[in-house]
Design a binder for this molecule. Sequence first.
Ligand code: PEP
Length: 255
Amino acid sequence: MSRNKIIAGNWKMNVKPSETAALVKGVAEATAAYSNVEIVCCTPAIDVPAAVAAAAGTPVGIGSENCHWEDHGAFTGEISTGMLLDAGAKYVIVGHSERRQYFGETDETVNKRARAAIAAGLTTIVCIGETLEERDAGKLNEVIERQVNVGLKDISAADCARLVIAYEPVWAIGTGRTATPDQAQEVHALIRATLAKLVGVETAETVRIQYGGSMKPGNAAELLAKKDIDGGLIGGAALKAADFAGIIAAASAAS
Ligand code: PEP
């Protein structure tokens, strides 16, 4: 089964609206040759309109870093899927470990956000991954299976066309410490097998599973060469067009 590689940047809380166009245009220019890779910049919600304008006419897709599950209402500080679509976003990240760690996100709220985003037609990147304590305590499989089973509960085989999973070991995010390609592949295979129990083997084979955690131009090729690693979710290295493009070049070569 060949799955089109997807490389998505997660800008986090790092780029101002006035700085957005330059970064998006820099990414588009530096990656114009890599048409076999799906390229996405997920930005703070306030940057989305500027990012969409800058990406117009390029293959770069724009997304946000979170969304709420309700359409509208008294949810101060939240952003709905309808608002994102209205601003031109086509992607959204849900369940990032920083949302889980600092903002009380649980597998249940991840599931609500993911179902709403997929139903709205956004390509939805659902993040999962274990902490170092969980890995050291021998709970890796249990944690990953729970995050897939609860986070993706009631997602149908048809919904999987708009689902991307990001495996991000929490101990590798922003730390410079990367999972080895074999460690990552082992968990990606577990995620796919767990997903297969929910939606069937054939559909699970079509779902892209990204690796995230200190991916950079220097280590992307060996990670992306693995059978079940279908792309990357990139934090720090997505903030410089040349670094991001280096990862996309590796994804293109691995395709
Ligand atoms: C992330 O935040 O999703 C991430 C993978 O960050 P970094 O690439 O900086 O580790």
